[in-house]
Design a protein around this ligand. Sequence first.
Ligand code: DAT
Ligand code: MG
Length: 150
Amino acid sequence: NVSERTYIMVKPDGVDRGLIGEILSRFEKRGFKLIASKLALPSKEHLEKHYADLKERSFFPDLIRYMHSGPVFCMVFEGLDAVKTGRAMLGATNPLASAPGTIRGDFALATGRNICHGSDSVENAEKEIALWFPEGTLQYKLSQAAMIYE
Ligand code: DAT
Ligand code: MG
């Protein structure tokens, strides 16, 4: 599906370390279309909604504290298999298990400081996009689309 959407978010450690441009750039260069972006300082309640599936996990309080420690950079990218490919570009949850060449494999060492979020399914992507971008995303055509897709 060439119009699949995924939610990608640079976490507070990624923002602090100056990695917004690097991460955005990788998705741009891969061929994905940026259809929404913003810097945000979400409330703890908002972050708890984003990570609602993990509420019962022991690391949940630490996760929310970390995610609340500074601004995050929120992005929506559109393109072929955006969710699965976005996850592949991110690497594994534990950066030590992430191959070099992936975002976490190149820039992170600890699971609790893994610099970037990416949706793990199309269904969750749509939920996350609705949560972070209630104002919606943009529709436009890239002139280079014919050079990216057959
Ligand atoms: P991912 O971010 O790869 O989708 P996840 O959704 O399972 O991973 O977890 C969300 C975040 O929670 C993850 O990026 C880092 C943190 N986390 C996950 N598992 C953890 C663990 N076992 N210990 C500490 N933090 C963890
Ligand atoms: Mg996840």
